[in-house]
Write a protein that binds this ligand. Sequence first.
Ligand code: SF4
Length: 242
Amino acid sequence: MTGHIHSFESFGTVDGPGIRFVVFMQGCPLRCQYCHNPDTWKAGGTEYSAEDVAKRVLKYRNYFSGGGGVTVSGGEPLLQKEFVTELFTRLKKEGLNTCLDTSGAVFDEARKEQFMSLLNVTDLVLLDIKHIDAEEHKKLTGHGNENILAFAKFLSDNGKKMWIRHVLVPGITDRDDWLERLSAFIDTLKTVEKVEVLPYHTMGVVKYEKLGYDYPLKGVEPPSAERVENARRILRAGFRNV
Ligand code: SF4
């Protein structure tokens, strides 16, 4: 089984617990306006076998302190879930902690057995909920959020641990009523371990210039510390089940 990979990061500290080896998969069906990895959007990338990637990860196993391990991110890793399933199966056999960083946008209830095969070898899902409002989600990413919310419920119903991540963007996601709706949704989930508010930043702009893409959020500034704290307070109120 081979997978199309954008890049690797040997010592990731922001994608899950502890120190992690991060595998960035190539290809994503969403077009988030704030995406800082637009170079992962198109299919392609370098082809690797799951065995080769597992060997590469295992070289770093002595550094995976603090509950660390491997995270597969993107792009959208669920587009290549068979590859990720094989990779995680190999790494679980070696006792590694496995983490999947996804938007859940390609979740399909009709193929839930395939998703379960991957989740059976996944210790933690980092689930990005981009916007709680379906219409606003479509404006922000090009797709509705129905599959994403269904995936969150699927994880909860099947006892799969998740961290919810939400990017706070002034004028786009940062409004108290939207945050309260998201908080109420999080409150319906039973397996949320953590809620992370990620302040929007402009570090991806340079990549858009390189790729010759228009940057959709020109002029939008990162949120203030007060608004970030406000979002954290509202979203944590929906985090009572753990
Ligand atoms: S899901 Fe992630 S990789 Fe895909 S467009 Fe959105 S931010 Fe970028």
